[in-house]
Design a protein around this ligand. Structure first.
Ligand code: NAD
Length: 348
């Protein structure tokens, strides 16, 4: 039995990653498309065997309500549109999977969670890394204290961008620059690995003056998060460097280094640990899995078995609150404390 998905927004992620990933899914299938372009709708529907009657414009989005083949809606639109399309989507009675970042403000996240609760539909944020096998293995090794207690984590997620006209460079559409787009992975993954919440953040932000790419959104954010037990997570994200997407977890008796840790594919896990006087280095290889397929199948399983998703709306809200604190810290040039989060707020 496969859950039928309506994909909303036919941009890079939908066309290059999500639609092809359905081929590797066991519990999910694409059954409807929503786009502003009739030509694109016709072309993509033909390619993936989707009925012309299951292709919708944005104005017709609410008509998904009457399509019995659709059980889940996957929102893959610019960040500023997530709140509106999740709230309208909930009213159709379909379950909602929403791309990261969840929204442009914590307030919007709260409204999205409330709308899905009221409509009694599930809401999951598409944190693909949390469904990717290497990242899950690192999480298990961290939580089981394979190399002793973790002391600090360093991560970076950086890339270059060239098109100042793209929505990612407009504050109203993107909410911010490198931080909510790609830095979010450093933030969310460290919370996932540690299973605890940061208590304080300190951010440092930069945009090259005169560069039209960074007129509205930040080029770089470097930030530290203090976690319980004195653990520090040190991260940097940049929009104007060669691609770099790794993290290293440093523990008492060893480290875990995940190259391409935040990437779509190509994860390489190296470890080092002490064995008596010797220092051992290993490369660990496990079966790779398409993380988008794993993420969609997880949500389908939650729908089929009526279970809460592993990365619900509350997870996106918590990241949004932390990002707002990082921006505040960078603006004010001082550390910002975070309020404690009760155990039931964020599912782990
Ligand atoms: P994109 O620009 O390639 O696609 C966005 C789509 O939205 C396009 O089809 C565009 O036509 C449509 N759209 C509708 N209204 C628009 C408007 N007013 N302005 C601009 N576009 C409009 O973007 P993308 O890279 O596919 O990103 C979409 C979402 O997916 C974003 O929230 C992004 O953060 C997220 N994303 C997640 C990952 C991941 O690894 N999980 C990767 C890339 C993008």
């Amino acid at each position: 039995q496969r859950v039928g998905y309506a994909l909303v927004g036919l941009g890079h992620l939908t066309l290059e990653e999500l639609l092809p990933a359905f081929g590797e899914c066991k519990k999910s299938k694409p059954v409807a498309l929503v786009s502003g372009s009739p030509e694109k709708l016709a072309k993509v529907a033909k390619q993936y065997g989707i009925k012309p009657t299951s292709c919708y414009s944005y104005a017709d989005y609410d008509k998904l309500k009457d399509n019995p083949e659709v059980q889940a809606i996957y929102i893959v639109l610019p960040n500023s549109m997530h709140a509106e399309y999740v709230i309208r989507g909930a009213k159709t009675g379909k379950h909602i999977l929403c791309e990261k970042p969840m929204a442009n403000s914590a307030r919007e996240c709260e409204l999205m969670i409330a709308a899905c609760k009221e409509a009694k539909v599930k809401l999951m944020i598409a944190y693909r890394i949390q469904y990717e096998p290497y990242n899950r293995l690192v999480r298990d090794m961290v939580r089981s204290q394979k190399f002793g207690k973790v002391k600090y984590i360093q991560g970076q997620n950086s890339q270059s961008s060239a098109n100042a006209d793209h929505w990612r460079h407009k504050k109203a559409l993107a909410g911010g620059g490198a931080l909510p787009d790609i830095g979010l992975y450093c933030l969310n993954t460290s919370r996932f690995l540690l299973g605890t919440e940061p208590t304080e953040v300190f951010g440092y932000m930069h945009s090259t003056p005169g560069n039209p790419l960074f007129k509205e959104v930040e080029e770089m954010m470097s930030w530290q998060m203090r976690f319980p037990g004195g653990i520090v997570v040190d991260s940097i994200t940049h929009y104007d460097t060669h691609d770099s997407r790794f993290y290293r977890v440093n523990a008492e008796r060893g480290w875990l280094h995940l190259d391409n840790g935040y990437a779509y594919r190509g994860q390489q896990l190296k470890t080092s640990h002490a064995e008596g006087p010797a220092k051992m280095q290993n490369q660990i290889t496990i079966g790779a899995k398409n993380q988008f397929a794993a993420e969609m199948d997880h949500f389908s399983e939650c729908i089929l078995e009526n279970k809460p998703p592993h990365t619900p709306g509350e997870e996106g809200l918590q990241d949004q609150r932390i990002m707002e604190a990082i921006y505040q810290s960078a603006r004010e040039g001082r550390p910002v404390k975070l309020p404690p989060v009760s155990g039931t707020d964020v599912f782990r």
